[in-house]
Design a protein around this ligand. Structure first.
Ligand code: GDP
Ligand code: MG
Length: 598
């Protein structure tokens, strides 16, 4: 029957090991994308993905493969991101599949996210097809990688397929192994509909588009569907598959991966991980769904123009449909007005969300420095969790502040053990253990404050190991630390959106750093602007932005008209991201000063 000829699989790997390139080759060799439409990393269709050369979103495509045995197979391929911030996208893709192609770069070997993603696939009982990619590189060491697959993952290294996603070498063989090694789906077509929503996106014309994996039953246009988490019912207006553009179908059946639209206009009704069933013949139990994901960092997001608060809410709700890890609630800042406290999975995620909000929803935003959340034990015995430094209670009410700690695993060649340990120590890390992975590489484990990891740790790690280290981390709990709230005063007034929580030992250094960064970023005004960093009432660092002299502006206004127009244009653009805080104009960069302090 039909399901026997379906294969659902994801491609998983460490970042840059070639997932998107392999997806390209597969689409090409199965004639899914015409030569005319073919471009590198064709599934990375978001402008942001193309510019940065990274995959941010999972992407599902249907294609047809004519196997060597003469039969046709329907493949659903889900390309996934590799960066640690987007692991949630990976875990959701995997729940829609029976198998995973595990790519390992032949010159780099098994890296931190290779392991992390493999464990995710094993958790979901997926069949893993190991592939050693980039064998065309002169530096390729396939035998070493085979050994690593055995030693570090417990797969049979001899089973690994050799391939070059770039040249196409070995890709035909991969396609055959997808047919023979990955199990066909085994849902019950006759049972009531059960489809898992693994992603969704808002479309102005069609309403919410649900991307689903149908586990049991079938769904067609005109059917009445029900969302099992809230009982809401809708009439199906369209079903189809992505190939890679949307292609309408008469029906989706057990084993299929496709989309459903049902004129769903209220965004709050749909939730990734929910089960779609039939309203007329509902299933008794929903599918397992996904675990709720916890944000790692929080930042305040404010519209530059206060009147755009409603637009921002709207944008966040729509983006949340397509980014199930996004969390937000309203926040009110004295300095910045009404906005939202938004939770992110990491700084790259935060960056991506800011850019998507600005581009896809045409907003100008101010974002405050990221912060982790803290557990506060008060002197009166009560406890609270805060994700905003501005909300920190008065020091006299605090008995203890606890911060999130992670277990960090760093894989690195032997030669770099020294620099890595030095760096970890500097970031308040506590050495746990070190294992030799093979003759050349070690896995170093540290317990570290999350707040030290999320900022520039990864960049520092890369630069102190010439790019050879890879990192994975998991939150392991909260620990008490000697932390203090540092306030920043502009013109004598504390600016709540600039408050941060720092370790007492680093407070002076950070204070001086932030103050000097602010001095660089805050433009001269008509008057002197004193900048101070303070712990409570005690000022620990200060500086001043001197008032500009009249003749400086005069010079701008003379000069040739072309140059003047350009300058005005530049000023206008600068203005957009400028926020009046009290009497001082503060640009967006100023709020990120903390991140720039070395
Ligand atoms: P992803 O992050 O796993 O999706 O990786 P990409 O597919 O974006 O590939 C990362 C880089 O590796 C790109 O510059 C690709 O051109 C390159 N690449 C991918 N596969 C191969 C390969 O088989 N051989 C070589 N030499 N380069 C490859
Ligand atoms: Mg990619």
């Amino acid at each position: 029957e039909r399901q026997k000829h379906i294969r659902n699989f994801s491609i998983i790997a460490h970042i840059d090991h070639g997932k998107s390139t392999l997806a390209d080759r597969i689409l090409e060799m199965t004639d899914t994308v015409s030569e005319r439409d073919m471009q590198a990393q064709v599934l990375d269709d978001m402008p942001l993905e193309r510019e940065r050369g990274i995959t941010i979103k999972l992407n599902a495509v249907e294609l047809t493969y004519h196997a060597k045995n003469g039969e046709d197979f329907i493949f659903h391929l889900i390309d996934t991101p590799g960066h640690v911030d987007f692991t949630y996208e990976v875990s959701r893709s995997l729940a829609a599949c029976e198998g995973a192609l595990l790519l390992v770069d032949a010159s780099q070997g098994v890296q931190a996210q290779t392991l992390a993603n493999t464990y995710l696939a094993l958790d979901d009982d997926l069949e893993i097809v190991p592939i050693i990619n980039k064998v065309d590189l002169p530096s390729a060491q396939p035998d070493m990688v085979r050994q690593e697959l055995e030693d570090m993952i417990g797969l049979d290294g001899d089973d690994a397929l050799l391939a070059s996603a770039k040249t196409g070498l070995g890709v035909e063989n991969i396609l055959e192994h997808i047919v023979t090694d990955i199990p066909a789906p085994s849902g019950d077509v006759a049972a009531p509909l059960k489809a898992l929503i693994f992603d969704s996106v808002y479309d102005a014309y069609r309403g919410v588009v649900l991307n689903v994996r149908v586990h049991d039953g079938s769904v067609k246009v005109g059917d009445h569907i029900q969302l099992m988490s809230n009982g809401k019912t809708f009439e199906v207006t369209e079903v189809g598959v992505m190939s890679p553009k949307a292609v309408k179908r008469d029906a989706l059946m057990a084993g299929d991966v496709g989309y459903i639209t049902a004129a769903i206009k209220t965004i709050q009704d749909t939730r990734v991980g929910d089960t779609v069933t039939s309203a007329d013949n509902p299933a008794a139990e929903p599918l397992k769904g996904y675990r709720q994901i916890q944000p790692m960092v929080y930042s305040g997001v404010f519209p530059v123009d206060n009147a755009k608060f409603g637009d921002l809410r709207d944008a966040l709700e729509k983006l949340q449909l397509n980014d199930a890890s996004l969390e937000f609630e309203p926040e009110n800042s004295q300095a910045l007005g009404f906005g939202f406290r938004v939770g992110f999975l990491g700084l790259l995620h935060m960056d991506v969300v800011q850019e998507r909000l600005e581009r896809e929803f045409n907003l100008d935003l101010i974002m405050t420095a990221p912060s982790v959340d803290y557990h506060i034990v008060k002197t009166d015995g009560s406890e609270e969790t805060i994700d905003n430094p501005a909300a920190m209670p008065d020091a006299s009410e605090i008995k203890e502040i606890q911060e999130p700690y992670v277990k960090a695993e760093i894989m690195v060649p032997n030669d770099y053990v020294g620099p890595v340990m030095e760096l970890c120590q500097r970031k308040r890390g506590e050495f746990v253990t070190m294992d030799y992975l093979d003759k050349y590489r070690v896995n170093i484990i540290y317990h570290m404050p999350l707040s030290e990891i999320i900022y520039d740790f990864f960049d520092d790690l890369k630069s102190s190991t010439k790019g050879y280290a890879s990192l994975d981390y998991d939150v392991i709990g909260y620990r008490a630390s000697d932390l203090v709230k540092m306030d920043i005063l502009l013109n004598g007034d504390p600016v709540d959106a600039l408050s941060t929580i720092v370790h007492r030992d680093f407070a002076y250094e950070r204070g001086r750093g932030v103050v000097s960064q602010l001095k660089e970023t805050i433009p001269r005004q008509l008057f002197d602007v004193p900048i101070q960093a303070a712990l409570g009432t005690k000022v620990i660092a200060r500086s001043t932005v001197k008032a500009y002299r009249k003749d400086v502006t005069a010079r701008i206004h003379t000069g040739d008209p072309d140059r003047r127009a350009k300058l005005l244009e530049k000023q206008k653009r600068g203005k957009k991201r400028m926020k009046a805080v009290g009497s001082v104009d503060v640009p967006q960069e100023a709020f990120m000063s903390l991140l720039k302090v070395k």
